[in-house]
Design a protein around this ligand. Structure first.
Ligand code: C2O
Ligand code: CU
Length: 492
């Protein structure tokens, strides 16, 4: 532990030097112009965070593992021996220390998705935190500022599309929770050791220019009639709920009449899911950690990287909890059981899936969580485009190697105007911040990841209160790898 921290400090210094020296990023990226904020601004922001004074220590191991997906045992990479990895749990304001060990055969990193933590712990190699070499270790140490449903995963090549993901739940000391059970429901699209590896699929997409039909690539192509949603670029052999395929699903048990809080996390690399609990309506209460005015729906659409919390009062029986991959064939499923009835067949399709799914447009921020109303000091565009042949995805016409980062000054109000010029939806994620959809002080929900529809547009406002260099990218792992990433740099 101690030596891990010592190593980490040294690596950290090396990493900071590395940012300035990274040829690819600095050449076109920063160029001459305003300086990025330094370590002292990051440290000052950390010491300004409200704390409980409590310290939570975690041990985390990334390693090759054999995992039972429900009848199919695969060899993959995971956090510990379970899929998803064991959830981390803390209270808002706690100081979290993670002794991380990398037992994978290659370098990795850990990114704490959605948590607005100090920049140098954000886990993006080459930008914030140095990568952890094979056999290496790193000591993370940060205050978790906000309650909610978060998760963590590598920010390293295609590793996210293996089994490296786990929930991170941050409790609100002011909210004891009005429910009998709480279930975390993690959705995933799975190929590793069943189909081609993620790296192989990416290489095929690059080589074929996305012409489709080869192993792992989505041969369905184009529109599928489901509201014009393209089905992603990859066909997966399996779709999972909590690491299990439908033949031998996860079973969540309660008593009839009990109230349950469901915390949905889409950990998929290339799959948007529509989620329903057969015979029940879901009352959505939070998205990406932040409360919304509760709204009831039978079907909920969740993009990659997004989280939704919903409460439900359970009937008597056994009910499939299904996640339909949008625009793809297949189904992910768990069983909710409160009675002795027989569980329905593995791929039974409940009628809730025929409803029109709830999307962010229908959500309103809980009034207490709106950003202070303020006209933006800075308005910047984020144009999303790309092509399948050649397989390249861009922001503002550039891939990440060649990006011109967005900039902001600490204390400013920022607006990003996201314009999707492509025929695919893209879940756009901003690290280190929770923006408000629409305008600050308005009614749009607070989120850190927003699914921008094909040819659609979304404006988001954010308060520049967390200095550093932050990734802004598509949470489709294949799109991100093919270039659909940029940065938001705090400058002085
Ligand atoms: Cu979960 Cu950079 O993302
Ligand atoms: Cu994308």
């Amino acid at each position: 532990m101690t030596s891990g921290l010592l190593v980490s400090r040294r690596q950290l210094l090396a990493g900071v030097v590395g940012v300035g020296a990274a040829a690819g990023l600095s050449a076109c990226g920063l160029g001459p112009g305003p300086n990025p904020v330094g370590a002292s601004a990051i440290a000052a922001a950390e010491s300004a965070r409200a704390t409980t004074g409590k310290v939570r220590d975690f041990v985390l191991r990334a390693a090759p593992a054999q995992v039972d997906l429900g009848g199919t045992v695969v060899t993959t990479w995971a956090y510990g021996d379970s899929l998803p990895g064991t959830a981390f749990r803390a209270t808002a304001g706690d100081r979290v220390r993670v002794a991380f060990g990398n037992e994978l055969p290659e370098a990795t990193s850990v990114h704490w998705h959605g948590l607005a933590i100090r920049n140098d712990m954000d886990g993006v190699p080459g930008v914030t935190t140095p990568e952890v070499a094979a056999g290496g270790s790193f000591g993370f140490d940060f205050v978790v500022p906000d309650p909610g449903t978060y998760w963590f995963h590598p920010h390293h090549g295609m590793q996210l599309d293996r089994g490296l993901y786990a929930p991170f739940i941050v409790d609100d000391p002011a909210d004891p929770g009005d429910y009998d059970h709480e279930w975390v429901v993690v959705l995933d699209d799975w190929t590793d050791d069943v189909g081609p590896s993620p790296e192989q699929i990416y290489a095929d997409l690059k080589a074929a220019g996305g012409s489709g039909g080869m192993g792992g690539m989505n041969g369905m192509g184009g529109m599928d009639g489901m509201g014009g949603m393209d089905g992603g670029d990859v066909t997966y052999p399996l779709y999972l709920v909590n690491g299990r395929a439908p033949n031998d699903p996860d079973v969540l048990t309660a008593k009839p009449g009990q109230r349950v809080r469901l915390r949905f996390i889409n950990a998929g690399a290339d799959t948007i899911f529509d989620v329903a609990l057969a015979g029940h309506d879901l009352t959505v209460t939070h998205t990406d950690g932040y409360p919304v005015t509760p709204v009831t729906t039978s079907l909920l659409r969740i993009g990659m990287g997004e989280r939704y919390d919903a409460v439900v009062t359970l009937a008597d029986g056994a009910f499939p909890l299904v996640a339909q991959p949008v625009g793809k064939l297949g189904q992910a499923q768990a069983i909710v059981r409160t009675g002795s009835g027989t569980a329905p067949m593995a791929r039974w399709r409940p009628s809730e899936l025929d409803a029109y799914p709830l999307t962010v447009d229908a959500l309103r921020a809980d009034p207490g969580t709106a950003l202070p109303a303020k006209d933006p000091d800075s308005v910047q565009d984020l144009l999303l485009s790309g092509s399948m042949g050649p397989y390249v995805w861009t922001i503002n016409g550039r891939t990440y190697d060649d990006t011109v980062p967005l900039t902001i000054r600490q204390g400013q109000a920022g607006r990003l105007r996201i314009r999707n010029m492509s025929m695919m939806p893209h879940p756009i994620h901003l690290h280190g911040h929770t923006f408000q959809l629409g305008s600050a002080g308005g009614t749009g929900p607070r989120k850190d990841t927003v699914l921008v529809p094909a040819m659609g547009a979304v404006d988001v406002d954010f308060a520049a209160e967390n200095p550093g260099q932050w990734m802004v990218h598509c949470h489709n792992a294949y799109h991100a790898e093919a270039g659909m990433m940029t940065r938001l740099d705090y400058v002085t």
